[in-house]
Write a protein that binds this ligand. Structure first.
Ligand SMILES: *Cc1c(COP(=O)(O)O)cnc(C)c1O
Length: 395
């Protein structure tokens, strides 16, 4: 039993603010009650602001992000359709794997972990696809396993430059509501997210934003689907209803989450994430360690994956931090298991919370014998936060 608060610094689930916890601690209501649409309709409106879309259609599934991946594929494509994907971490790999398991014909570009979506290779495949057989292009906006953010606007540009009509599907599970995301401007056709990351909620909602073009594609889709059929949602959602019992408790939390984001201002939320992330990166520099992200342009503002020196096992750092300091760090997954640990820095966070995670990681690394100068990371982060923290309001 450890006293005090638990430091949750995995990149999802993230910390749930008190306001949201209170909003969710309530009795249920009749989801067919006359007043229910007054609650649901504004949720869609406010989610469209998060996605930055005017006309996109938003669906809220009782599911996790993985369910939104599946909903996106099943409703817009047909078995055997060709899709262009790339993998450079656990999550981009899993979505690619889902495509294969569903029977899609997958162009599967393997990229070194630490890099992101390979625009040049995408351009090559799209240019060579003379018969326009590629029906969809998949891109993981923020690869949570490696702390790598990709250039989605760049993917759109490649599609435009090659005049390719493929749909653009983006996994934004660990970016949306934390890192700038522009559904309309980037011409995204399906954007996938979930509740337990930037939206500061428990897991349990899969959220999907869909373009007109993707809705059009549902007419020719030949996949069998039932629970995730867009049509059942389209028949009921516009009037504020659901085809089945929605996850009411989390949706009350979502209402509060969207209020909080709107009060802070979405652009300020992005700036805060950038500032906090930069402090974590300064700490890594102070330790003299290496990021998993290979270049500055790939660095993620929601999660940082850090290599431990080769002779050490990162799992021991994570275990020590957890058992000794009540700090949950993210594990290294698949290819980087034992090699990296991750500090999640998204959602409800401030400078001192990040310093808690940095300090705990620093102590745990020293405990397992890694030669880190005490205070080296924490000092670097502190200086960054001191220099960049906004002054008190009305000061
Ligand atoms: C967390 C995550 C997922 C998976 O979401 P679940 O809610 O666990 O199903 C997918 N993609 C990315 C990038 C993620 O970070």
């Amino acid at each position: 039993m450890l006293n005090g608060r638990h430091f949750l610094h995995v990149p999802g689930p993230t910390n749930i603010p008190e306001r949201i916890i209170r909003a969710m601690t309530t009795t249920m209501e009749d989801q067919r009650g006359a007043n229910f649409p007054k609650f649901t309709k504004p949720l869609y409106e406010d989610l469209r602001k998060i996605f930055k879309t005017k006309d996109g259609t938003v669906f809220i599934w009782p599911s996790s992000g993985t369910g939104s991946w599946e909903a996106c594929l099943l409703n817009t494509l047909s078995p055997g359709d060709k899709v262009l994907t790339s993998r450079f971490g656990q999550f981009s790999m899993l979505w690619m794997d889902m495509c294969k398991r569903l029977g899609l014909d997958v162009i599967d570009i393997e990229v070194e972990w630490g890099e992101g979506v390979p625009l040049d290779k995408y351009a090559e495949h799209l240019k060579n696809d003379k018969n326009k057989e590629i029906k969809a292009v998949l891109a993981c906006h923020n690869e949570t396993a490696t702390g790598v953010t990709s250039d989605i606007e760049g993917v759109r540009k490649v599609l435009n430059d090659t005049k390719h009509p493929a749909l653009l599907f983006v996994d934004g599970v660990s970016s949306i509501a934390s890192i700038n995301f522009e559904f309309d401007k980037w011409g995204v056709d399906c954007a996938v997210t979930g509740s337990q990351k930037g939206l500061m909620l428990p897991a349990g909602l899969g959220i999907l934003c869909v373009s007109k073009k993707a809705l059009e594609a549902t007419k020719t889709s030949k996949f069998k689907k039932c629970y995730f059929d867009f049509q059942d949602m389209l028949n009921t959602n516009p009037d504020g209803w659901f085809p089945y019992t929605p996850a009411l408790g989390i949706m009350y939390g979502l209402r509060e989450s969207l209020n909080m984001i709107s009060e802070e201002g979405l652009e300020n939320v992005f700036k805060r994430h950038h500032r906090l992330a930069e402090g974590v990166r300064q700490a890594v520099k102070g330790w003299g360690l290496k990021l998993c992200a290979k270049e500055k342009k790939w660095e993620s503002d929601t999660v940082t994956a850090i290599y431990v020196p080769e002779e050490f096992d990162s799992a021991n750092v994570i275990k020590t931090a957890y058992l000794k300091y009540n700090l949950a760090l993210g594990a290294g997954l698949s290819d980087v298991a034992g090699k990296v640990f991750r500090i999640g820095h998204l959602g409800d966070l401030n400078e001192l919370m990040c310093l808690g995670a940095i300090s705990g990681a620093e102590m745990a690394m020293r405990d397992v014998g890694i030669d880190i100068k005490p205070g080296s990371g924490i000092a670097a982060a502190e200086e960054h936060y001191r220099e960049t923290a906004p002054a008190l309001p009305n000061d």
